[in-house]
Write a protein that binds this ligand. Structure first.
Ligand SMILES: Nc1nc2c(ncn2[C@@H]2O[C@H](COP(=O)(O)OP(=O)(O)OP(=O)(O)O)[C@@H](O)[C@H]2O)c(=O)[nH]1
Length: 480
């Protein structure tokens, strides 16, 4: 039978022709001791029938590519290895479970529609009724799970489970740990408000304290003072001599003066690589450090009268730290995305290639945390947001956060470069860069010293046998 590259308007691929050649060749191999293939005579006829039929008839499965269906094949194409589970060891005689394969080719009816071929809906429905349960999804549908798989969530609620003072190179902060009823992650709020450390007299300060309403609430009738203090519901600085539980009324700040600038906040997304190992693939570590530094700067207050002296109050604001690693795709996918970036793709394309969106983050939990802290609400203080990301600004406003200003975050390297541009001598330039590079992306990079750190190190030496020569501080008799 003569074959052309085109038959009935259908292009014949090389593999089709090769297969047909093989099947119609005079010396088709026949098994030595077996029977002749039952369908051998039919094959050329079947293929010819397929090719001569119109384009509306399925041409078998040559165009399908099959991929292992691990877990839910609808997530991240069929290659979502995060759902991979090691097989349990096979006992002798037990059959190894077979890996299911699915096709990513879109259903025929959709292909025909795309090609502008009129489709008989009734006939299609009848045809599809026989389709297997794991019928393939359109190639364009990748990460989005079926709507039915996402049950309606209850209204979002956040609760601050604990708070504690943490000294940082930029000054003390209060670390708040939040739970919520939408995900199982422990989101954090790093509250900078050192004026609170001066005790209840803080209420006489110009600025209202930034406190969590859910933390200061009474959790149960029989909650003891020690339980409240242990979870961080106290005022002032906690010590052996100062243990004052907070009261629920302390949670709601009231604005006492217009002259205090709105608190500076940043909504920051987790980045293990940038924040923990100082990765220079991103500026996340630097941004976290810079945000805490900027928020901790003393705030100048304009004099109330012409003759009054200008004054300052301690810096105040919050970094809401969301556990949305890798713009929400998770560390595993981010690591893979980095490999794709090494192949030449940019950060957005790499995400898309893995079946993710460019950015999968949400800000509703951040907004709820800010509200719990009395910030950005209608009755509370508006916020100034440290970001360069317009989506973040838009998302916060959409969540009802009252944003009064955007404060840009200039990468330190850019600021340094601008400064270095005025240096004429190249060797001086290189030396300055080398010095600045040391620890630049780590929180408190370089040498850090603090009373708490010193105590901690001494305890490790004295109580846990750490091999460090003790440095005399003159306070050796103090309790550790
Ligand atoms: N998927 C992916 N995530 C990244 C990459 N680099 C950083 N991230 C994540 O991106 C998030 C920070 O995003 P950025 O766009 O730098 O910052 P932003 O918070 O959106 O914007 P700013 O507020 O202006 O800093 C963190 O969750 C990081 O883990 C990357 O190459 N790929």
């Amino acid at each position: 039978m003569p074959f052309h590259n085109e038959l009935n308007g259908i292009d014949l691929g090389m593999s089709d022709l090769a297969l047909l050649d093989f099947l119609t060749s005079p010396d088709l191999p026949v098994a030595k001791h077996g029977f002749k293939r039952r369908d051998a005579d039919l094959d050329p006829l079947m293929l010819a029938a397929v090719y001569s039929s119109g384009p509306q008839v399925t041409r078998n499965h040559y165009a399908h590519d099959f991929f292992p269906a691990v877990g839910d094949p609808r997530a991240e194409g069929a290659y979502d290895w995060t759902k991979w589970q090691p097989e349990t060891a096979n006992t002798v005689g037990q059959r190894r479970p077979r890996l299911k394969y699915v096709s990513r080719q879109e259903p025929r009816s959709q292909r025909l529609k795309r090609e502008g071929v009129a489709v008989d809906e009734q006939q299609e429905t009848a045809l599809n009724a026989d389709a297997p349960a794991s019928s393939p999804l359109p190639a364009s549908v990748t990460s989005a799970p079926p709507a039915s798989a996402d049950p309606v969530k209850p209204p979002l609620e956040v609760k601050c489970m604990a708070r504690t003072r943490v000294p940082t190179p930029h000054g003390p902060v209060f670390l708040h740990l939040y739970h919520n009823n939408h995900d199982s992650k422990e989101h954090l709020a790093i509250v900078v408000d050192p004026a609170q450390l001066s005790g209840p007299s803080h209420t006489h300060n110009l600025a209202p304290p930034i406190r969590s309403q859910s933390l200061d609430a009474i959790w149960s009738d029989n909650e003891t003072e020690m339980e409240r203090i242990t979870r961080g519901a106290y005022v002032g600085r906690l010590s052996k001599d100062s243990q004052i539980p907070s009261t629920p009324s302390q949670a709601r700040p009231t604005i006492t003066t217009d002259s205090i600038p709105s608190p500076l906040i940043r909504v920051h997304s987790e980045c293990f690589t940038g924040e923990t190992i100082g990765s220079m693939r991103c500026d996340c570590g630097e941004q976290l450090d810079e945000a805490i530094r900027q928020i901790s700067q003393p705030i100048p207050i304009p004099p109330s009268t012409a003759s009054a002296e200008p004054t300052t109050i301690p810096g105040r604001g919050v970094v809401v730290y969301l556990r949305q690693e890798g713009r929400g795709i998770g560390l595993l996918s981010k690591i893979r995305a980095y490999n794709l970036q090494d192949l030449g793709h940019d950060t957005v394309t790499a995400n898309l290639m893995l079946g993710h969106k460019a950015d999968e983050r949400g800000y509703e939990i951040a907004a709820a945390i800010l509200c719990d802290l009395g910030l950005g609400t209608v009755t509370g203080e508006g916020v100034r947001v440290l970001t360069n990301n317009p989506d973040k600004m838009q998302a916060l406003s959409k969540e009802g956060i009252r944003v009064v200003e955007r404060v840009p975050m200039v990468p330190r390297s850019w600021a340094c470069r601008q400064h270095d541009a005025v240096l004429v001598n190249q060797s001086v330039k290189t030396e300055t860069w080398a010095k600045r590079g040391a620890g630049a992306t780590m929180i408190g990079g370089g040498a850090v010293y603090g009373e708490d750190l010193d105590k901690y190190l001494r305890t490790k030496v004295l109580r846990m046998g750490h091999m460090l020569p003790l440095i005399a501080t003159g306070e050796e008799d103090d309790d550790l």
